[in-house]
Design a protein around this ligand. Structure first.
Ligand code: GLU
Length: 488
């Protein structure tokens, strides 16, 4: 097979929002397909009609788009192998059921659930592996017909062939199952629905899927699916099962560990580039020590042979660290657009003239975009520097001189707000003039910071000068000078 004939699929069930584990499955499929120049199919597995919703279906598609993992074929983009929702493919499943029935690979089963449960208990009590005992396999065609005519409901079971199923897993190497442990399983339920294992095989065959990359929780399904491919006379794809994502305490990653869905992380203010980078590294290891990878770099370098078999531990600190790196790479105008919704939520509205300087000011502090209001607040809060706990530093020697110089220089501000470059220049003028008066270093910066922000820590002073606003700066300096002079 030519590598660019590779066709993979991501097959989420829309019974919840896109979990990080599923997003990583989607990413590995996407990277594999793009790396090979192949195609990725999105197939929505909505056969569980009770738990599937169109809201989840839509949110999964939009979360994938947010991550930049657009499929080449799928319910949203179309393609030659549709329909791409299982709920619209019943005719194909029925055709395959009929073929298997006609060829003796499947048979109707009339056993009621209570009887099946009873036998299962007996088998367990005897220490046996619970398995369908093939009661209905011995029914003659005439018996089957008579029972159906009498209105009895039948499920359809697959007749599991004897022997072993072996496949070469792309991540784990050879895996073998004995069919002794696999009972004849249901492919069509009495309610008319088709089983997961069956629908997946009909779809993977019909969609020309060549490689299935999915979680380890599906390994036992693979044995059943391979038997079905064989019975249907269709070539089976190759399989690679990646490990599952665990919480740092080794348990299954769940809500109690915090955010787990892509939507949760998006809401907290993680960037898609950081999510993709982090999810890629969860089980895949690059050839060198690098940790920061753009999607294009991942496409170039991704390789299933570097996907580890060990469980992946979800480390939100590493994700946050990567997120900070990506935030620092943003242009300040772009950063503003991204933090604006969080500011708005916190009731902060910034004048357009100071959006960039304020964004630059907070950029280095942000771990997630949702931190923005906390760091931006210094630019918008009402502060009386003479009422702050650090007020005594306003009375330090020489503060009067510093404030006087600053008032004079800042009175020259060409506009209410300045760019960081313009603000730096003005601040230099203050520093140079103070130096001429013999005041320098901390003796200049510290009282100015306290006077302007009422705090001893915060963004670089030039950001305050650029983003606070001329009128605020002059008013606070006046208050601080009066206090310093003891005239307040
Ligand atoms: N719909 C299945 C799931 O969400 C995926 C099936 C598969 O990848 O074969 O677990």
């Amino acid at each position: 097979m030519n590598v660019n004939d590779v066709r993979v699929r991501f097959a989420p069930s829309p019974t919840g929002s896109l979990h990080v584990g599923s997003a990583r499955t989607a990413l590995y499929n996407f990277l594999y397909a793009r790396h090979c120049g192949g195609m990725m199919v999105l197939r929505i597995e909505d056969t569980d009609l009770k738990r599937s919703t169109s809201e989840h279906d839509a949110s999964i598609i939009s979360d994938l788009a947010w991550l930049g993992l657009r499929a080449d074929e799928g319910p949203d983009v179309g393609g030659d192998h549709g329909p791409y929702r299982q709920s619209e493919r019943a005719h194909l499943y029925e055709e395959a059921v009929q073929k298997l029935l006609a060829e003796g690979w499947a048979y109707p089963c009339f056993c009621p659930q209570e009887r099946l449960d009873e036998r299962k208990e007996q088998q367990l009590a005897r220490g046996e592996m619970p398995k369908y005992d093939r009661t209905c396999l011995s029914l003659t065609p005439a018996e089957v017909e008579a029972r159906l005519a009498a209105g009895e409901q039948a499920a359809i079971r697959f007749r599991v062939p004897d022997g072993e199923v072996t496949f070469e897993d792309l991540i784990h190497g050879p895996i073998t199952f004995s069919s002794d442990v696999i009972g004849d399983f249901i492919i069509k339920r009495t309610d008319g629905g088709y089983s997961y294992n069956f629908a997946v095989v009909v779809d993977d065959a019909g969609m020309g899927i060549t490689h299935v990359i999915r979680g380890e929780d599906h390994v036992t399904n693979t044995a059943r699916q391979l038997m079905l491919f064989e019975a249907l006379g269709r070539p089976a794809p190759r399989y690679g099962h990646h490990s599952l994502i665990l919480a740092p305490d080794g348990s299954k990653l769940s809500k109690r560990h915090g955010a787990t869905s892509i939507g949760d992380f998006k809401a907290l203010g993680y960037l898609p580039a950081a999510m993709v980078n982090y999810l890629a590294l969860l089980s895949w290891h690059p050839a060198d020590e690098r940790e920061k990878f753009s999607l294009d770099e991942l496409i170039d370098e991704f390789d299933l042979s570097r996907v580890s078999k060990s469980p992946a531990i979800f480390d939100v600190h590493k994700l946050s660290w990567l997120n900070g790196l990506y935030i620092r790479e943003l242009a300040s105008a772009d950063l503003y657009e991204l933090i604006a919704p969080y500011l708005q939520q916190a009731g902060i509205e910034l004048d357009p003239a100071r959006r960039e300087v304020v964004s630059e000011a907070v950029q280095a502090n942000l771990v997630v975009l949702g931190d923005a209001p906390r760091y931006v607040s210094v630019f918008v809060e009402e502060v009386d520097p003479t009422a702050c706990p650090c007020v005594e530093s306003l009375r330090a020697p020489a503060t009067g001189v510093v404030f006087e110089i600053a008032r004079e220089v800042f009175a020259d501000m060409p506009g209410e707000y300045l760019s960081s470059g313009e603000a730096k220049e003005l601040l230099h003028r203050v520093v140079d003039a103070a130096k001429e008066q013999g005041v320098k270093g901390k003796a200049v910066y510290h009282p100015l910071r306290v006077a302007l922000s009422g705090r001893e820590e915060g963004p670089e002073l030039f950001y305050l000068v650029g983003g606070l606003g001329k009128s605020t700066i002059l008013a606070r300096l006046e208050a601080a000078s009066a206090f310093a002079a003891g005239r307040e």
